[in-house]
Ligand binder design. Sequence first.
Ligand code: NI
Length: 171
Amino acid sequence: MALRDIITLPDKRLRLVSDPVKSVDAAVRALVSDMFETMYDAPGVGLAAIQVGIPKRIVTIDTAKKDEPKRPQILINPAVVWSSDEKAAYEEGCLSIPEYYEEVERPARVKVKAIDLDGKPVELDADGLLATVLQHEIDHTNGVLFIDYISKLKRDRVIKKFTKAAKRTDD
Ligand code: NI
């Protein structure tokens, strides 16, 4: 296992549409293991492979609270196959947009299909925080960020802030 670097705004790779995983091989398993280590270290409740610079449709999630046992979930080639008309709002953040939080409204419940580490199909019905995290992470596999759902004014402001900060580090 190894910690991987998390890429941040305005890294253009965050806008890539990730490729489907064709076979769950040793390289995929090693990447998943690194993603969990990186996600727990950050700490975060979800991570998509593109956030460590790998454009593959792989997501790791753990929504367990600090005092609860770990609940790692791995989703390969995940897709939302159903979402409720009912909406729910959560204050979202993203490891690729550090220390920035905004309320986002999304479908309150979703059904997600994916494959697991054995290459077997899995189906998940989720509500609450997990429903939001699933949608947030699946968005990453499609190059979509949670700031795409906030006002253009706020989005432009946060992109500008991170672009300036990145320039300062480059100097
Ligand atoms: Ni994110």
